[in-house]
Ligand binder design. Structure first.
Ligand SMILES: Cc1cc2nc3c(=O)[nH]c(=O)nc-3n(C[C@H](O)[C@H](O)[C@H](O)COP(=O)(O)OP(=O)(O)OC[C@H]3O[C@@H](n4cnc5c(N)ncnc54)[C@H](O)[C@@H]3O)c2cc1C
Length: 277
């Protein structure tokens, strides 16, 4: 069956409105504004989440260097920072013991950083990007990377109204083809279009080390007052993982009563399954 699809041309297509896609869109708008000779290209930023931030997931302790380079007046613009980091601690867990490191290893030293909700930060950045004149289409997922003559020509968006077997139901709505002069994939880890790019343009990954992954759980908990202080950051390694595996846990106090808590395990150990390529 041939499906007729709407074709939407644009200059720049950005797929994914996480921190990367939003920063890119904002920077592009800044560059155009700074150069009077430049005309604003047509930019389409698509995000599969129902709203900006809906799919943003992180711990999250944020090093503010990147944000302050991009948006130097982020404080005046009321960036939603939950708390500055006030104290760091790292623990090694045994099955029934916890030993506090006498120093904070550099990799988890968060002096000068902030605890944020990435969800809120992304929503805030989305507002700035839209105010800078860039259209964001939330609830729109790219499903097929279009490659013509060895170059990326755009993205086909997802078909709606398919049954379990992939056959069209009466409410079928075919996805559109967004044709772009430049397509930038900002899908985060394990992006489906990015994987298609690796398959269709194998030179992109030639001579590269394979990606490695962790899998984990993260929740935001409300805790009674007096348990923790806003800005406290805890990291753990050790139990329940054996010492030859990579991973660990965290607790970040977003406020005196709200914590981000999580645990992640590396998938690179030979005894663990790896994600098929
Ligand atoms: C549990 C956890 C804890 C973390 N803790 C920290 C931390 O404490 N500090 C820190 O600095 N970093 C942390 N990170 C890492 C940090 O979250 C990421 O580096 C960051 O979110 C990457 O930003 P990104 O924009 O590249 O991707 P993402 O934030 O993943 O955003 C990608 C966006 O693209 C959208 N998208 C994907 N595919 C498509 C598609 N085909 N069509 C349309 N939209 C699409 C997604 O919905 C999403 O909104 C953590 C990550 C996790 C998972």
């Amino acid at each position: 069956m041939t499906i007729e699809r709407e074709v939407l041309p644009t200059d720049v297509l950005i797929v994914g409105a996480g921190p990367a896609g939003l920063s890119l869109a904002y920077k592009l708008a800044q560059l155009v504004q700074a150069d009077e000779g430049l005309e604003m290209p047509e930019v389409l930023l698509m995000e599969k989440g129902s709203h900006i931030g809906a799919h943003s997931l992180s711990g999250a302790v944020m090093d503010p260097r990147g944000l302050s380079e991009l948006i130097p007046d982020f404080a005046e613009k009321e960036a939603p920072l939950e708390s500055p980091v006030t104290a760091d601690a790292m623990y090694y867990f045994g099955k029934e013991s916890a030993i506090r490191f006498p120093f904070t290893p550099k990799a988890v030293d968060n002096h000068g950083n902030y605890i944020v909700s990435l969800n809120r930060l992304s929503a805030w950045m989305g507002e700035l990007v839209e105010a800078a004149g860039i259209d964001i289409f939330a609830g729109l997922a790219g499903s097929e990377l279009i490659v013509r003559d060895g170059r990326v020509a755009g993205v086909q968006t997802v078909d709606m109204g398919l049954d379990k077997e992939g056959n069209p139901r009466p409410n079928f709505e075919p996805g559109s083809i967004v044709e772009a002069k430049v397509t930038i994939l900002c899908e985060g880890v394990h992006g489906s279009l990015t994987r298609q790019a690796f398959e269709k343009l194998p030179h992109l990954t030639a001579d590269c080390l394979p990606q490695s992954y962790l899998t984990g759980v993260k929740e935001v908990w409300q805790v009674p007052e007096g348990r923790i202080k806003a800005g406290q950051v805890y990291h753990t390694i050790g139990w329940p993982q054996p010492s030859n595996e990579y991973g660990g846990g965290w607790i970040y106090a977003m406020s005196d009563t709200m914590v981000s808590i999580g645990y992640a395990v590396g998938l690179i150990h030979p005894t663990r399954p790896t994600i098929p390529t």
